[in-house]
Design a protein around this ligand. Structure first.
Ligand code: NAI
Length: 296
């Protein structure tokens, strides 16, 4: 690592709120690139499990050669208090995709940090312009849609809101550079580009299984084998989390009226049954080992 890279990593103090699938992904990515992380969630049990998950993810990232070999790891601090984010240079919100929860959490983050702190939402579908009204300084908010797993997929979708300032865009570019990510910037819209395309596809794939047209394996096998998709839509659903997908589809359906975004009965049933995908060991597929659940 060059002196400049080391200084860049040292310059960031990252807060991450939400220690689920994406909060642990983003934390592992940042720690692996030498950035110190303060990770916030609602209780100690979740944070203990998150520390274990982050260790798994860091190991996986290292095995895959996805981390700079010569950069010392950042330090992880976990807490249940957003007040502990006070000294952060950037805070990334990665809580559940539910308006009221995001509104409350973004308000708390905004009250805890100093002006000039970069605020990022990792939302899947809620427009950045709506969230800008939930924080004190909407010009400091930007959407960054990190992919899952964040430490393996280099590209991120950056969503510039109407109020997002040039200074905020420069700050987010500097952070993504330190994290070794590439960015494509888009304008704001529900679901942005990726999920406006991906979520209805997953919903439709689940509907085909529900209608008995094909099994999950066959749907995925056809998209992988015939269309060259690296991961079929239902394997992707398990990776994302079916609970999160249902919440995100509802956000999209409410805002676009697109009937393809109305979550199908099979996905709703899986959520009711607690079969959320990899994170619970069962979704469209079964996952037997902890490693299978935590890695791709
Ligand atoms: P998750 O359900 O795995 O984790 C959410 C976490 O937020 C949970 O640990 C929960 O305890 C925590 N949380 C809830 N209320 C909180 C509060 N008031 N304060 C602090 N923490 C709180 O969800 P996941 O999948 O990590 O998604 C997080 C965000 O990232 C969502 O907006 C989702 O749409 C987005 N996203 C998800 C992707 C995925 O593949 N799962 C990919 C890209 C974005």
């Amino acid at each position: 690592m060059t002196d400049q890279q080391e200084q860049q990593a040292e310059g960031h103090r990252l807060g991450v709120v939400g220690a689920g699938v994406m909060g642990t992904n983003i934390s592992a990515l940042a720690l692996g690139h030498g950035v110190d992380v303060t990770l916030v969630d609602v209780d100690e049990e979740i944070l203990t499990s998150a520390r274990r998950t982050i260790r798994h993810k860091l190991k996986h990232a290292q095995l895959m050669g996805a981390l700079p070999a010569d950069r010392p790891r950042g330090t992880l601090t976990t807490t249940t208090s957003t007040a502990d984010l006070a000294g952060s240079t950037t805070v990334i919100e990665a809580v559940v995709e539910i308006d009221e929860v995001k509104r409350k959490v973004l308000g708390e983050i905004s009250a805890a940090v100093a002006p000039g702190t970069l605020l990022i939402s990792n939302t899947s579908c809620i427009p950045v312009d709506e969230m800008a009204g939930w924080v004190a300084r909407g010009d400091e908010l930007v959407g960054v849609h990190f992919m899952n797993p964040s430490y393996l997929i280099k590209m991120v979708e950056v969503i510039r809101g109407t109020a997002t300032s040039e200074a905020t865009m420069a700050a987010v570019r500097a952070l993504l550079d330190t994290l070794g990510r590439e960015a494509l910037v888009i304008n704001d819209a529900p679901g942005f580009v990726i999920n406006r395309l991906l979520h209805p596809l997953i919903n439709r794939a689940a509907m085909l299984v529900q209608e008995g047209v094909a099994t999950a394996e066959t749907v995925d096998g056809l998209l992988e084998g015939c269309l060259g998709h690296s991961t079929g839509p239902l394997r992707t659903a398990d990776l994302i989390g079916i609970d999160n997908l249902v919440d995100s589809l509802r956000v999209l359906h409410e805002r676009t009226g697109d009937p393809e975004c109305d979550p199908c009965e099979l996905m709703l049933q899986k959520v009711r049954d607690g079969h959320h995908g990899r994170k619970t060991g069962r979704g469209f597929y079964n996952y037997h080992s902890a490693t299978e659940r935590h890695t791709r």
